[in-house]
Ligand binder design. Sequence first.
Ligand code: SAM
Length: 274
Amino acid sequence: MPKASRRGGASRPKTHAPRKRFGQNFLTDQGVISAIARAINPQKDDNVVEIGPGQGALTDALFESGCAIKAIEIDRDLQSQLRVMFFNRDFTLFNFDALKFDFNELSDGDHDLRIVGNLPYNISTPLIFKLLTHLPVVRDMHFMLQKEVVDRLAARPGNKHWGRLSVMTQVDCDVEYLFDVPPEAFYPQPKVQSAIVRLTPKMTSHRPECSREELGKLVQLAFTQRRKTLRNNLRGVIDDSVMQRLGIDPACRAETLTLDQLMDLSLQFPRAAI
Ligand code: SAM
């Protein structure tokens, strides 16, 4: 294992063998770790929640601000290492699966949680969908993800990455693609490029009359086969005449539709189809 250059007083024994099943690619590049911490810019009174602290590389950098950190780590074997590293910090560790965790429990008020994580790639998309249901307690989220997932989060209409993840995230969050991280920044090195993204929940709900659940179902259906027309994907659910009335060409592909056009369509979605 390569040596990670480190600052601060926390000691980090290097005895843990990375586990593939938990998506363990540990950050070792101090320059990248510092850049992520600068992008997050934690403040002393922030309520920071880290998903998957691993061996504490990012945690340690975030603690330099003097903030408190609540961390959720599934790997029991990393617990004692983390507790030793951060024994003199305001550190609360939950040995739990983040996919099953109730994030509302960590909140002390509206929009106070600053959620961060170098997420295991195998759970990143379901975890983001889960966190989208907790937005009233979230101030912002910074994640390291597979670059392809960040492309999808940040995609605009007409782009090949524009789809369910982009729509369901952008309807309630501002998405900022921050920067790329190469495989060399990790041990072991992942096979793919990574990138950092910031998601900030919108303070005013965009078109609250439009149910997110119905939008989700509509989008899933509309993008079932990306190369097919909207008419084909929505056959038997929304008629051509309804699309035309909304100014939408039934012969177009879903990936050309804007967020508002998809929301317009979801309002036409018959309840029986849900
Ligand atoms: N933050 C560390 C770093 O940047 O070096 C570790 C990142 S590693 C990519 C992902 C971390 O998430 C691992 O520590 C792994 O054990 C943990 N993890 C994996 N699945 C998890 C889950 N369902 N809930 C909570 N933590 C999980």
